[in-house]
Ligand binder design. Sequence first.
Ligand SMILES: [Ca+2]
Ligand SMILES: [Ca+2]
Length: 219
Amino acid sequence: MALAGWFNGRVPGLRALCIGHMTSRVSWVGLMALVTTLSSSCGLEAIPFLTCGPGNCTGCCEEGVCRSGADWAACGAGGAVCGACAPHEACMSQACGMDPAQVWVLTPVSAVIADTNNGSTWDDLGGPAPDPYVRIGSLQTPEAADTWTPTWNAGFEFTALELFTGVSAQVMDSDAVSDDSITPAGMLQFTEADFARGGTSFGNWGGVVSIDFALQRKQ
Ligand SMILES: [Ca+2]
Ligand SMILES: [Ca+2]
């Protein structure tokens, strides 16, 4: 009996105890259950019959078990070892990567504004420092009153694809009659590294010495 030979070859001396459980009509489908039963009744540890791998798993393998490979925490395909995606990534088609449709919140955080407006005082009324605000697309932050180091906390939602492609932006100085441009209108483009570290900085942009943006994935 082939199965008895297989079993006794691994557990010498247990034939007399275990052979009574054997049958010559063992189906391959029931083999795993039989091994488990034998192992239990003979006081043996369970013997893994199949090892998860490329030959039997189209998802990914986690501690010997085949997973779908479509989860953020267990992503993978072709019987490879499952891996967790980075926080800025998603598991798409069993591979980690950035989801172009994922919505992110872009927040202008802070900036340093040049001392003067091309040699002139930013404002003659209400304090000499500018009153900066940031236009993002068709929206804008509130103004930060009379400061060369403005901070803001208004966030704007864009898809990753829009942020990769570029969003229009401009930093302005709010004035009583006609706002001054601190920067020319421009396009801000973000890279995967920016998403990975949660933001980035731009510098030497017109009258902006530097400006910091935060990027946060919307849940
Ligand atoms: Ca002004
Ligand atoms: Ca001012």
